[in-house]
Design a protein around this ligand. Structure first.
Ligand SMILES: C[S@@+](CC[C@H](N)C(=O)[O-])C[C@H]1O[C@@H](n2cnc3c(N)ncnc32)[C@H](O)[C@@H]1O
Length: 284
């Protein structure tokens, strides 16, 4: 018997038909948290897959509550190598939430988790559930980008806080967030004023942003170098054309000079028109 034995065997049998990793214990623990939220509560789920945890959450939302599901439906980094088709994943998700009659309680954001953070006001989210990519960097970035969106008193809940997913544990520990395991690998932390002022610290957010920017900066610098190489080639081309033209001009001057000297030699009158001079030359 676990602390959260709310989900009946029958209900679980239905939920279990949706492919996913949420266990019955975790589902029960999550439902206990969601039931305690106030009416109109905003819950955000990062990583929805085929909708197992989404149905668990949405089916017990308080009146007026809404679950925002964020997923690009391309699969996580750890899913790479498996066959994930965008249409498959997305259509399975939508048909699952319809079949469980919770589609009117769910708003879907088909986008990257970090990008989706821009869509939310500061301190507007009551419960944030993090279950997208499970590597250290992704978990850290998800928490850092989203923490400021969580209300003071709001809950941060992470899945797969276990030895099987060292990246998840290490990321949470690196952010010095105090929390507790609720059931199996479901971990939760409550944001208070001190944790807002303490960790995750603003300079850590800056660190992630700077990393992103530095990648972009490197790309920009690469482009600039390419352009400057092309410009150099262009300048080299222009210089060699200029050299050729100068050479051509010099040789023309030589010819003119020679003609002029020859003209003087042969006493061609310089006050005559050019054509006459030419005629004179021809006549000779
Ligand atoms: C572990 S599954 C989620 C399982 C789901 N919470 C459940 O219990 O049924 C992770 C999901 O996160 C999504 N995901 C991974 N990285 C993401 C990212 N950076 N942005 C958006 N979605 C992402 C994947 O497409 C995948 O569907």
């Amino acid at each position: 018997m676990n602390r959260y034995d709310d989900i009946s065997m029958d209900d679980w049998a239905e939920l279990n038909k949706i492919e996913g990793w949420f266990t019955r214990n975790e589902a029960s623990a999550m439902q206990s948290l969601v039931r305690q939220l106030s009416s109109g509560a905003k819950v955000v789920e990062l990583g929805s897959f085929q909708g197992r945890s989404s149905v668990v959450i949405a089916s017990v939302l308080p009146p007026g509550g809404m679950l925002y599901c964020v997923d690009h439906f391309k699969g996580s980094l750890e899913h790479q190598g498996n066959e994930f088709k965008l249409d498959d994943l997305l259509s399975k998700f939508t048909s699952n939430i319809k079949n469980h009659h919770v589609d009117d309680k769910i708003a879907l954001l088909v986008m990257d988790t970090l990008q989706a953070a821009n869509e939310f006001e500061m301190e507007s989210v009551d419960l944030l559930f993090v279950d997208a990519s499970h590597d250290y960097e992704s978990i850290r970035a998800d928490i850092l980008y989203w923490y400021s969106k969580l209300k003071v008193g709001g809950l941060l809940v992470c899945h797969d806080y276990s030895t099987y997913w060292p990246g998840v544990r290490e990321a949470i520990e690196s952010l010095q967030l105090e929390g507790q395991v609720l059931a199996d690998s479901l971990w939760s932390h409550q944001k208070d004023r001190s944790s807002e002022e303490g960790s995750p610290r603003s300079e850590q957010v800056v660190e992630v942003v700077t990393q992103d920017n530095s990648e972009q900066m490197n790309q920009v610098i690469g482009e600039i170098l390419k352009i400057s190489e092309q410009t150099n080639e262009l300048i080299r081309g222009i210089l060699s054309i200029k050299e050729m033209l100068t050479g051509l001009q010099n040789s023309r001057h030589d010819v003119n000079d020679k003609q002029q000297i020859r003209g003087e030699e042969h006493l061609i009158p310089m006050n005559k028109k050019k054509s006459e001079n030419v005629e004179r030359c021809l006549v000779r």
